[in-house]
Design a protein. Structure first.
Length: 304
């Protein structure tokens, strides 16, 4: 089967594909996403104290209003791939031959290749959000070694909770109880917030499921689809890129992800090299940006 393909998407058109790719990174479901950050975005949080007073006939100032500000600066990233078309051709052709008169129309080869790239973007984004450091191809994440935004040496206001040991099915519930006790003692003001979550990795959640099913809580021995992921009333966010043996308690509105989906610097290019050098290769070029930041560190608990 002979074919050629050369496509170029820039700015808003590329942003559509980048956005679709990022949606495959499930951690973004539990973060506040700030789009169209060209360079930097200032995250401002205000906290009032003693501002409500008894009414009088005069203007009398009362209380204080503190404004905290952090900078979210997404990092520009790129993907450059030189790929033999035959690598993807067989699997793409299989999608063209789906049986049945009601089969959906096949995707173009361009769309198929972009979906392949989307998986790469989603996986890299998941890894950077939680474990990324300031190295090539990554942005600094929440739990990255040494420079993670939630580490004590980076933000001393984040509440640090101590786990008894590496998580197992035998100790995960006790460690979660330690976490919720530290939450009650240190971030009581946000405990009933609707967007408060306990963030954990798929492995940690599997250990929790094993522990709860063993206990047979409300007959949930098989943990079927009717079970809502919660612990002591707190919603659990299972994030694919989350580091093992660490748990974070925070509000979705206090953890931020920034990117630029409209800039001319955001683009996807597919170049068929057959007409240029006679090869059967395709070059994939993608440029996008990403970065994370916290709001109020004192409203976050990290356990490790």
């Amino acid at each position: 089967m002979a074919f050629t393909t050369t496509s170029n998407y820039a700015g808003k058109a590329a942003g559509f594909y980048i956005s679709a790719a990022l949606k495959q990174a499930n951690s973004l479901d539990y973060l506040t996403m700030i789009e169209n950050v060209k360079f930097k975005s200032n995250i401002q949080r205000m906290a009032g104290s003693g501002v409500v007073a008894d009414a009088t006939c005069n203007f009398t100032g009362a209380g204080t209003l503190a404004l905290t500000e952090k900078v979210l600066e997404p990092k520009n990233l790129q993907i450059n791939l030189d790929l033999c078309k035959s690598t993807l051709l067989d699997s793409w052709e299989a999608t063209q031959m789906r049986a049945g008169a009601g089969a959906p129309p096949p995707a173009s080869f361009d769309d198929y290749v972009i979906s392949y790239m989307g998986e790469i973007i989603a996986e890299a984004t998941e890894e950077s959000i939680w474990s990324g450091t300031a190295v090539a191809g990554k942005f600094n994440g929440f739990l990255g070694a040494v420079t993670g935004l939630l580490l004590n040496g980076v933000d001393g206001t984040v509440v640090q909770s101590s786990a008894s040991a590496a998580y197992t099915a035998a100790n995960i519930i006790a460690n979660l109880q330690t976490l919720t006790a530290d939450m009650a003692a240190n971030i009581s003001a946000v405990l009933r917030k609707e967007d408060l979550h306990i963030y954990m990795s798929p492995k940690t959640y599997a250990l929790y499921v094993s522990a709860v099913s063993t206990l047979g809580y409300v007959n949930a021995y098989n943990m079927n689809g009717d079970y809502a992921p919660v612990f002591e009333g707190y919603k659990i966010a299972v994030c694919n890129g989350m580091a093992n043996d660490q748990i974070v308690a925070a509000e979705k509105s206090n953890l931020f992800y920034g990117t630029d989906l409209l800039s001319d610097a955001t683009r996807i290019t597919l170049m068929d090299m057959a007409q240029l050098d006679g090869s059967d290769n395709m070059r994939l070029v993608c440029r996008y940006s990403g970065g994370v930041q916290t709001g109020v560190g004192a409203d976050i608990v990290r356990q490790s």
